[in-house]
Design a protein around this ligand. Structure first.
Ligand SMILES: C[S@@+](CC[C@H](N)C(=O)[O-])C[C@H]1O[C@@H](n2cnc3c(N)ncnc32)[C@H](O)[C@@H]1O
Length: 435
């Protein structure tokens, strides 16, 4: 698909969600109450007529296909992928995830149908700018579309998802839920796996849900006309689809990216989960799977005050610690000791007026844990550019060295501190005198 042109498969998808609500029986798989208006219809009759014409037109080109059958299967597949993603999203929000990223959002309206409990969830819609402009113009007239959304322009073929998100206020330190519906069909393997690799490295607890087409040989024979139809619709609209995946191979690759839990649902499993109680023939067609992949918690996720991204170098910026930090500090010190690997500290700055209670708690903890700390901590290097202050801090550091048996020295700048810490970790006994 061309980046400067808006997606027309996006309004086809919204039209199918609207048609599900208007044409299929209860119980509905998904209630997308925005879809009718978003896809450009002002009446249900208009939608019914368009669906009938579209179905007849497509079926006439596909031997053995029925117009109703094609349209019904398409509605089911499109409604259920959103339902699955929104079910997983609710689970993610319940476990504290507060960022929701809708990738290739098209006319997805889930941001505006979030429950009240998700009022504080930050929503990012990521798509081609042309598709976004067109959607925003449509939403502007819809007063009920209330949830604030940050629109992030992207071309998945060219851009890094996380670079684009960070530029737009996304917090990479907090977990996020990513949905990617009806998009991987149109992307190269390179773009798909580069994007998944970025999500696999996201904060622990993050999750991505996407649906994907299976390769032609694995498509249920009854559903071959449907695949042919999707191909024709895509090609006609300038959005050709890829060859599809072997699910076993794809799951292996997704697990290989480092995701902790991967759930892959086949059409039979999707039918058992979502379509078993129906009196009509609505069912998930045998052309695609739904997949959820979740990032496990990382050891580093528990640190707020210490920066352990470069472990065994552990950095802390004392001047920016908030009052009352010491409780969390104690937990972080214990996590450092529990890991059992040697490390060294860089104190990037120190607080001018530390809180008394915090200092007391820290000193008590240090006294109580002196033995294990000395065993693992190879040393501490502080930084003080001002010469007079440096002399004073070196004297204070000497007191710590004597009292706790921890090698504590003060460097004149960051570069010197980084070099000293590297030497400490290499086993050298470097201090202020021999730096
Ligand atoms: C079939 S629509 C699906 C829209 C929506 N997710 C839904 O389920 O209704 C495909 C979406 O992917 C977007 N898309 C396709 N290729 C893209 C690319 N290379 N970069 C960014 N977005 C892309 C299109 O703009 C469009 O919004």
């Amino acid at each position: 698909m061309k980046p400067g042109v808006r997606s027309t498969t996006a309004d086809f998808a919204a039209m199918m969600r609207a048609a599900h609500l208007v044409m299929d029986r209860e119980p509905k798989i998904l209630c997308d109450t925005f879809a009718l208006e978003l896809s450009g219809f002002d009446s249900e009759d208009g939608l019914r007529r368009t669906i009938a014409e579209m179905g007849a037109n497509l079926a006439s080109k596909l031997p053995g296909a029925s117009a109703d059958g094609l349209m019904q299967a398409t509605r089911a597949g499109i409604a259920v992928r959103s339902r699955f993603a929104e079910d997983r999203l609710r689970g993610a929000i319940a476990r504290g995830v507060s960022q929701y990223v809708i990738m290739g959002a098209g006319l997805d309206s889930s941001a505006h149908r979030l429950p009240d409990s998700a009022r504080d969830v930050r929503v990012f819609e990521v798509d081609f700018p042309a598709t976004q402009q067109w959607k925003r113009a449509r939403l502007a007239d819809m007063k009920s579309a209330a949830h604030p959304v940050t629109y992030v322009p992207i071309d998945f073929e060219q851009d890094s998802l996380f670079a684009r998100l960070r530029e737009n206020g996304f917090d990479p330190g907090r977990p996020a839920f990513f949905s990617w519906l009806g998009v991987v069909w149109y992307l190269s393997d390179r773009a798909i796996f580069r994007t998944l690799r970025e999500i696999a490295a996201a904060a622990g607890g993050s999750e991505v849900v996407f649906e994907y087409p299976v390769m032609a040989e694995l498509v249920d024979p009854d559903d071959r006309p449907l695949v042919e139809m999707v191909k024709q619709v895509g090609a006609l609209r300038g959005e050709p689809i890829g060859p599809g995946f072997d699910p076993a191979d794809l799951v292996r690759k997704v697990e290989g990216l480092g995701f902790e839990t991967v759930i892959d649902l086949s059409p039979d499993e999707i039918n058992a989960r979502y379509f078993s109680d129906r009196t009509d023939n609505l069912r998930m067609p045998g052309i695609g799977h739904l997949l959820s992949a979740r990032v496990g918690s990382r050891w580093s996720d528990q640190f707020e005050h210490y920066d352990v991204s470069d472990f065994p170098i552990v950095r802390i910026d004392g001047a920016s610690l908030p009052a009352g930090y010491s409780k969390k500090w104690v937990a972080e010190m214990e996590a450092l000791l529990a890991r059992g690997d040697p490390f060294a500290f860089i104190f990037l700055s120190s607080a001018e007026h530390p809180d008394h209670e915090d200092q007391k708690r820290q000193t008590q903890w240090l006294k109580a844990h002196k033995g294990p700390l000395v065993e693992l901590c190879r040393g501490i290097v502080g930084i003080e550019p001002d010469k007079a202050k440096r002399i004073l801090k070196r004297a204070q550091a000497l007191v710590v060295t004597t009292a706790f048996g921890l090698r504590f020295s003060i460097a004149a700048d960051r570069g010197e501190a980084e070099r000293r810490v590297a030497r400490l970790l290499a086993g050298e006994d470097v201090g202020d005198d021999d730096a």
